[in-house]
Write a protein that binds this ligand. Structure first.
Ligand code: FAD
Length: 337
């Protein structure tokens, strides 16, 4: 009966596909009111590609305390728990994700500015943050204006563009650790590399981040921000996760893909658009396996014809490490508990 209190996805029996009763689901009902918790909710609705099966349970905390409580409860109950941001760099398995998924609710987005320092919660979107910084004459986030992710996801993936990245401006983060305990981490502890941080290896949930920016004349910062946005307008339109492969050392994934004739290639509903060889658009009824098939084909072709192994930039959720369906070098979203 308790399940009737939940907002259910298209499957009214949460345990049907897994063969498990998922008795643990009702443990969460008292903590998160209906709209911020969904059982068997299709994750396709929460990802930019619009593909992927359901998670057993998605909770969307609105503040630090609720986030901490969600992780603690998952630890106590022994439920695997993964973190989702806005799903703009993520391919979710067609079979979905077993266990709990934590994702920031829209309300988890406070922003505080003190001098040249900005502290924002994990659900703040990068475009909003970039625009707000420009308006206040704070330089450093101009690159982020066209990146459609949450601050939490941007920190974890060290998002970047135009030669800048999160690592350049990040001072510290507040995280909920595996154990469910909150702690402050200095940015230097995050071992940032190109589109990578320690948070992808040993997940901890970023609840807020403090950025150290540089004060400038607001008009100049706004002008640079506008120029970045203008370039972005030339990117392919449609359901995508931006660049699917990371640039190899000293090279460009897009140029290699273009050289091997990637543009226009298709698997099912997944297609490489004519404007950008490192994008994959999901058109119509695309599945995650269409996108995987296309990525593996592109990767093999570039390796065969140029000798360079392109590694995925997007992350993969609901897969085991080393799953043969994944492209080589794929990074899977690991469990926080
Ligand atoms: C049109 C388009 C253009 C893009 N352009 C760029 C670009 O120029 N540069 C770039 O770097 N990326 C780009 N991206 C990819 C994407 O927007 C970024 O990587 C973004 O930072 C991901 O944020 P997200 O909230 O969507 O994270 P998600 O995709 O939801 O998650 C990505 C990873 O971050 C982890 N994560 C998410 N939130 C948290 C959190 N609060 N705490 C800890 N871990 C967390 C997840 O577990 C997962 O491993 C683009 C995407 C699109 C669709």
């Amino acid at each position: 009966m308790l399940q009737c209190l939940l907002k259910l996805g298209d499957d009214c029996d949460p345990g049907r596909e897994t063969g498990q009763a998922m008795e643990w689901v009702p443990e969460f009902t008292g903590v998160w009111p209906g709209k911020r918790m969904s059982a068997r909710a299709p994750l396709s609705a929460l990802t930019a590609w619009g593909v992927g099966g359901p998670a057993d349970l998605v909770v969307q905390p609105a503040n630090e305390e609720e986030t901490e409580r969600a992780v603690r409860l998952a630890v106590e109950l022994g439920i695997p728990c993964r973190i989702l941001g806005w799903g703009s760099n993520l391919l979710v398995n067609d079979q979905g994700i077993r266990g709990l998924v934590i994702r920031p609710s829209a309300g988890f987005s406070a922003l505080e500015i003190a001098g040249d320092s900005v502290t924002a919660e994990m659900g703040v979107g990068l475009p909003v943050l970039a625009r707000e910084c420009a308006r206040r004459g704070l330089s450093g986030m101009e690159f982020a204006i066209g990146i459609p992710g949450s601050l939490g996801g941007a920190v974890a993936t060290n998002a970047g563009a135009e030669g800048s990245q999160m690592a350049d401006v990040l001072a510290a983060i507040r995280v909920v650790r595996r154990s469910g305990v909150m702690e402050v981490r200095d940015a230097r502890m995050l071992r940032f590399r190109y589109r990578h941080s320690a948070l992808l290896e040993e997940p901890a949930l970023v609840v807020s981040a403090t950025l150290q920016l540089t004060g400038e004349e607001p008009g100049q910062v706004s002008e640079r921000t506008r120029a970045v946005l203008e370039k972005r307008r030339r990117q392919p339109k449609g359901r995508s996760c931006g660049s699917v492969f990371r640039n190899p050392e000293g090279g460009s994934a897009g140029r290699l893909l273009e050289k091997v004739g990637a543009k226009g290639m298709r698997c099912g509903g997944a297609r490489v658009p004519g404007e950008h060889a490192n994008f994959v658009l999901a058109e119509g009824k695309t599945s995650a396996s269409d996108i995987l098939d296309l990525m593996r084909t592109l990767q093999e072709r570039v390796l065969d014809e140029t000798g360079t192994l392109l590694e995925p930039e997007v992350m993969f959720a609901g897969f085991e490490e080393g799953d043969p369906a994944l492209p080589r070098g794929a990074r899977v979203v690991r469990e926080i508990t």
